[in-house]
Design a protein around this ligand. Structure first.
Ligand code: ZN
Length: 147
């Protein structure tokens, strides 16, 4: 494989990493998913987003329940304007900076031009819904150690 071909392969989408679901209470809303045996395998507070997350594996992907920990949380603001429900879709990519650079070059509206640390120490960035057909799209790259 030539150097150029290797370069072109950077920034690939690998899978749907998770569906982010905004909820008012992890306890109350999580109970439903327990009934489906989609049990929580990971819980983490993400300071940068002021949310408590509950990860529940669904095959190769996860449901990520998101409960705000502060009125300043983007999830709290979302819940003030919308019903609880699907907040974002997350795609795992092999190189989030490469994807962001490609989208930016094409004039795509990004929420984050620079990735930041999300749950599981992943490097994440969001793409604006106006560019994606209406969904808030999270791009996530695994860093060493996470899952
Ligand atoms: Zn997410």
């Amino acid at each position: 494989m030539s150097q150029t071909e290797t370069e072109e392969k950077k920034g690939r989408v690998l899978r749907i990493a998770h569906l982010g679901i905004a909820v008012e209470s992890l306890g109350k809303n999580g109970a439903f998913y327990d009934l489906l045996d989609l049990v929580e395998t990971h819980r983490e507070e993400v300071d940068s987003q002021k949310v408590l997350t509950s990860f529940r594996p669904v095959g190769e992907s996860f449901f990520e329940l998101l409960e705000p920990t502060s009125p300043e949380s983007p999830i709290a603001k979302y819940l003030q304007k919308n019903r609880p429900g699907i907040h974002h879709v997350c795609l795992e990519v092999d190189d989030v900076r490469a994807v962001l650079a490609r989208l930016k070059e094409k004039g795509v509206r990004l929420i984050n031009e620079e990735p930041f640390e999300g749950a599981h120490s992943c490097l994440v960035a969001f793409v604006h819904p106006s560019a994606t057909g209406g969904i808030l799209l999270e791009l996530s790259q695994k860093m060493g150690g996470g899952h």
